[in-house]
Design a protein around this ligand. Sequence first.
Ligand SMILES: Cc1cc2nc3c(=O)[nH]c(=O)nc-3n(C[C@H](O)[C@H](O)[C@H](O)COP(=O)(O)O)c2cc1C
Length: 341
Amino acid sequence: MYPLLRPLLFALDAEKAHHLTLDGLGLAHKLGLLPLVAGRPVSDPVTVFGLSFPNRVGLAAGLDKNADYIDALGALGFGFVEVGTITPRPQPGNPQPRLFRAVAQRGIVNRMGFNNLGVEHLLQNIRRRTYNGVLGVNIGKNATTPVENALDDYLLCLDAVYADCDYITVNLSSPNTPGLRDLQFGEPLRRLLDGLKTRQQQLHAQHGVYRPLLVKIAPDLAADDIDDIARTFLQLQIDGVIATNTTIDKTALAGMPLANEAGGLSGAPVYEKSTAVLQRLSQQLQGKIPLVGVGGIESGAQACAKLDAGASLVQLYSGLIYRGPSLVRECAAALAAGKHG
Ligand SMILES: Cc1cc2nc3c(=O)[nH]c(=O)nc-3n(C[C@H](O)[C@H](O)[C@H](O)COP(=O)(O)O)c2cc1C
C-alpha cells in the first residue's frame, strides 16, 4: 500500500507529511488495522545488553520524539522502539522549514533541533502505553542549557524515565544543537559519562532494576577520535553504543541547493560512512560492548551488512520514509535467515 501513498505524501511539505503519516498510523492502530498491514512480527529472539529482543530491527530515535505514537509504531513488527530525543523542558526547535527530502539520493536533511514537549509529557505517554516490547528513551539537553551544564539536563531526563523504559540512550551526536557534538571528545565526554554511570548505579539500587545506558555517536569522526571514544566507553563500562546519527557532510548533494541547508543528512548517503564508523568502533571494542547499527539501511542485505560490521541490532529511520513499513519485516527476516551469532 505504501507505494501508492508515497507520491501523495511526497507532494506535501516533508514535516506536514510526517505528521499526517503518524496521525494516519495512530488511527489505523485504533481501528485495529495495523496487524493486517504489518502481519506477525518476525520472531528471531536475541539477548543484547541483558535485554530480550523479539527480533533485531528497531525504530531509530527522532521519528516519535514525544512517544505520542508509541503503540501504533510498536505494532509495525519492530523488535524495539526508541522514542525521543526528549529534553527536560519543552522547546520549539528550529524555525520551519527544517526537514527536506533529497529524493534522487534517497536522503533526508533535517535541522529539527530537538523540537519536543518535554520529559514530563513523554513520561505520561510511556506510562500509559499498551506496547509491551522493548522501549528505549533517547535523552538530550535543552538548547538554552549551556554545554558546560549538559550533565544536569541528561541527569534530569535519566531520573525521570529510568523506571519506565528498558534502556536509555545518551544522544551526543545531533548536529542541530550547538556544542552538543563537542561532548563526544576527551575530558567533557569522560566527565559526562562518569556522572551518568554514577547516577545509573544509584537508580539501580533505588529501583532494583538495571537499565542499560547507551551512547549515540556521529558518523563524522576521525579514526583517532573513534579509538579515543572506544577507550572511554570501555573504561566507564558503557552498556551499548548506537552508531550513527546523521552526517554534516553534504558532498552527496553537491550541486543541489539542498547542499547549502544547515542540518544533518540521513538515508542512503550516510550508509557507507556510518558503516565504516561502526566497523572501526567494533574493532576497538572487541565485542566487549554491543553495538546498534543505524544509518542508511534500505534493504535486508544492508541490515545484514551492519551485523557483519559488528552490530548486534539495527535501527531504521529514513529507509522507512522511502520504502515504507514493509522494510521492517524485510530486514528482520533477512537477519533471521542470516543466523548472525
Ligand atoms: C527527521 C529526523 C529527525 C531525527 N531526530 C533524531 C533525534 O531526535 N535523536 C536522535 O538520536 N536521532 C535523530 N535522528 C537520527 C536518526 O535516528 C538516525 O540515527 C539517522 O537518521 C541515520 O539513520 P537513517 O539513515 O536510517 O535515517 C533523526 C533523523 C531524522 C531524519
